[in-house]
Design a protein around this ligand. Structure first.
Ligand code: SAH
Length: 297
């Protein structure tokens, strides 16, 4: 398997700082030229759109409408092959991984959004899941506002909830979990400066959903055990949730690293930790997903 949750798979690029000090355009109060004829006198609109986890049927009606009417769609790989495959190549711009494995710098994406809007284009910035859940949508919104570009946010179905759901796992459950935490697994939990307090998460007794958490699974599984979470706590990995080749692998805090390795689970995947993860076993025989979706690893 890969070395895990590398930034290229996970979109955790919080170390890039946006470039907004040099944008000083006037803040136009009209909503721009949405017909997109490229009239540079009129500033266009940017829509920060969540694509949902990948199944085109989980796009919102608004997302579909905006994608269809957009002049340009800036995207990375996370919306998945089915959604991206339906967008004409002529209006797609990939701002994910570049040839050679390098990430497009966030600064470039920020600048490109402003540039296109100033050309009068209607621009969709399409992001996997929800644009404001570990998606750097917040940084893009701030950059656009600082540049005086009108924008709207179109929420999407986040993989943090949809991933577990399509695997038959409710993130809350009256009998098992009254809270749920969404955390990034991308950080090294053994580092002092880790922003994720695994001890505190273990103490909640609620469900823990880890995004960008394939590579660092051994580290945070150990942290949670050290924090007192039982080794028998159910854990599930949901890989490429709602994509045609989605897989699910289940185990416990003690076994999940071996399960990951044996199944070869790779990003993008969601880790669900807590008693709710065992719900899958009780429902899986009757859980119906399209095609091969939901197949066990
Ligand atoms: N904004 C996104 C999250 C972006 S961070 C959202 O709301 O879903 C990237 C991480 O999201 C990945 O590392 C993975 O943990 C998760 N992810 C996104 N799409 C996924 C999918 N279809 N299946 C499983 N995990 C997914």
């Amino acid at each position: 398997m890969s070395e895990g949750s590398t930034p290229d798979d996970d979109g955790d690029r919080a170390d890039d700082d946006g470039d907004r000090a040099d944008d000083d355009s006037d803040r136009s109060s009209d909503d721009g030229d949405r017909s997109g004829d490229g009239d540079a006198d009129e500033v266009g609109t940017v829509s920060l759109v969540g694509s949902g986890p990948g199944d085109p049927d989980l796009l919102t009606v608004k997302a579909v409408r905006l994608i269809e009417s957009a002049d340009v769609v800036l995207h990375d790989k996370l919306p998945g092959p089915e959604i991206l495959g339906e967008i004409p190549a002529a209006k797609r711009e990939d701002v994910g991984k570049r040839a050679g494995g390098e990430w497009t710098p966030q600064e470039y994406t920020n600048r490109r959004l402003v540039e296109l809007a100033r050309e009068g284009k209607s621009v969709v910035r399409l992001k996997g899941g929800d644009p404001f859940v570990f998606g750097r949508g917040g940084e893009e919104a701030e950059h656009l506002a600082a540049a005086g570009i009108p924008f709207e946010v179109v929420p999407g179905v986040t993989s943090a909830i949809a991933g577990p759901a399509v695997a038959g796992i409710p993130v809350t459950h009256r009998d098992h979990a009254s809270s749920v935490s969404f955390v990034t697994g991308h950080e090294d939990p053994t580092k002092d400066e880790s922003a994720v307090d695994w001890d505190a998460l273990a103490a909640t007794g609620g469900t823990i959903v880890v995004l960008m958490g394939v590579g660092k699974l051994p580290a945070y599984a150990a942290e949670l055990r050290d924090a007192g979470l039982d080794g028998d706590t159910p854990v599930a990995l949901v890989e490429r949730a709602t994509w045609p080749d989605m897989r699910v692998a289940t185990g416990t805090l003690d076994t999940i690293v071996d399960v990951r390795d044996e199944a070869g689970i790779e990003p993008p995947a969601i880790t669900v930790i807590g008693d709710v993860a065992a719900t899958r076993n009780r429902v899986v025989d009757f859980l119906r997903n399209d095609g091969k979706r939901g197949e066990d690893a």
